[in-house]
Structures are given as structure tokens and as C-alpha cells.
Design a binder for this molecule. Structure first.
Ligand code: PRP
Ligand code: URA
Ligand code: MG
Length: 214
């Protein structure tokens, strides 16, 4: 399902298999190992959909039987997991796109102010003409995603896709209001944020559920 929030494309992957993985992640009884496995599998589906319209280049290849046309991504994207929680999406995205390069951003949201505190930035110097896939399971207030996208646009990126397991309407509206060049691919737009800035119904803290509370 595609939605257009005035200037921003939002693609909700509401496939039954995606919903099943997301339900496993939402369930409070799911342990860490099963949560990570469900996020891995959901990531494959989200990246698959996010790259559906990616430009391809053709090349002549030989099968054991005949010559035919082969296809490769014309421009493999830069993958950018947002630590910690986005790390749980990095390997699966890389498996789907083995020739992608990977950059890293580390952010921790201040639980009082809900603003992101950066602690890591490892990105190529210039990103002009390179598609970028940002990997973060949670888009809540949108502050962490806005911070990440500003890092990327500061290096020249103009083709940016945010891949999130869940998005809150408030975070999508915030991102849309920034006017930044981003589209969002997610498995669900949830109901709202609660007073603590958590997505409702959500799944809790995606970093803690994968790696333990800090
Ligand atoms: O949209 P926002 O309100 O900015 O919230 C979303 C951010 O919160 C989570 O990270 P968190 O800060 O909990 O760090 P963690 O991944 O280390 O747990 C999540 O992975 C996002 O990066
Ligand atoms: O619900 C939320 C909101 C922000 N970050 C999370 O991990 N979960
Ligand atoms: Mg967290």
C-alpha cells in the first residue's frame, strides 16, 4: 500500500508474511533470539520492496544452454544501520545486496527530552548520486531519522529511503514537515506515541529487545 503525505512517499508493506513477523516482534513473550530472527526475516521483505523500482543495468551472460540478458543493480546503495537497533537489519540487507557499501550512525535517544544523542558517525565523504537505505526498526518522534538524514544530505545524498519495521504517525508527519528528500518503507503505521515517546501498540524498545537493556 502506498500513501502520500503531501510531499513524502510512504510505502506500507502489509503482506501477511510481514504482518506475521511483526506480530512475533510485538508479542511481549517473544525472547531476544526469536525477536532478532523475526526482524531479520522482516528486513528481507522490506528491503525487497524498497528496491523494487531500483534501476538495473543489463549484461550478456551465458547459461549452460544459451546466451541471454543478465541484470544487476545499476547503482548499489549505501546501507546505513542506525545503532543499536538498526544493527539487527544490517546483515540481512547486505545479504540481499552483497555489493552494497555500509556506513554506520550511532544514536541514543535521551529518555527525558526524546532528542537523539549522537555517538558514532562512519560514512563515506561524498554521497552525491548514490542511493542510500537507512535501516532503523523504529520511527517514533522522527528525531533520530531526521538527524541521520541531515548527515546524509550534508554529504550530498538526494535519494534516501528509510526502512523501518514500525512508524508512528507523529514521526511521519515530523519527517514530512522537514521537507527532506526521503521516502519511508515500513511494515506498519501504528496508532500514536504515548507520553514517554513510545510507539503504541509498538513493540517496546527495539534495541533492548534485541540486545538487552542498557
Ligand atoms: O524517532 P525517535 O523518537 O528518534 O526514536 C527512534 C529511535 O529510538 C530507537 O533507538 P534508541 O535511542 O532507543 O537507541 P538503541 O537503538 O540503542 O536502543 C530506535 O532504534 C530509533 O533510532
Ligand atoms: O517505541 C519505541 C520508540 C522509540 N524507540 C524504540 O525502540 N521504541
Ligand atoms: Mg533503544
Amino acid at each position: 500500500m502506498r500513501a502520500k503525505l503531501s510531499g513524502m512517499d510512504v510505502h506500507v508493506v502489509d503482506h501477511p508474511l510481514a504482518k506475521a513477523r511483526l506480530s512475533t516482534m510485538r508479542d511481549a513473550r517473544t525472547d531476544s533470539a526469536a525477536f532478532r530472527a523475526a526482524l531479520h526475516e522482516l528486513t528481507v521483505m522490506l528491503v525487497y520492496e524498497a528496491t523494487r523500482d531500483a534501476p538495473v543495468r543489463t549484461e550478456r551472460i551465458h547459461t549452460p544452454v544459451a546466451r541471454t540478458e543478465g541484470y544487476r543493480l545499476a547503482s548499489p546503495p549505501l546501507l546505513v544501520p542506525v545503532l543499536r537497533a538498526g544493527l539487527g537489519m544490517a546483515d540481512q540487507a547486505h545479504t540481499l545486496i552483497p555489493d552494497a557499501q555500509m556506513g554506520f550512525v550511532g544514536l541514543a535517544r535521551d529518555e527525558e527530552t526524546l532528542k537523539p544523542t549522537p555517538y558514532l558517525e562512519s560514512l563515506p565523504e561524498t554521497l552525491a548520486d548514490r542511493p542510500v537505505l537507512v535501516l532503523d526498526p523504529m520511527l517514533a518522534t522522527g528525531g533520530s531519522m531526521e538527524y541521520t538524514i541531515r548527515l546524509l544530505t550534508g554529504r550530498g545524498a538526494t535519494d534516501i529511503t528509510a526502512i523501518c519495521a514500525l512508524a508512528a504517525p507523529e514521526g511521519l508527519a515530523h519527517l514530512e514537515g522537514t521537507g527532506l528528500p526521503v521516502r519511508v518503507v515500513t511494515a506498519s503505521i501504528d496508532e500514536r506515541l504515548n507520553d514517554s515517546g513510545f510507539i503504541v501498540p509498538g513493540l517496546g524498545d527495539a534495541g533492548d529487545r534485541q540486545y538487552g537493556a542498557v
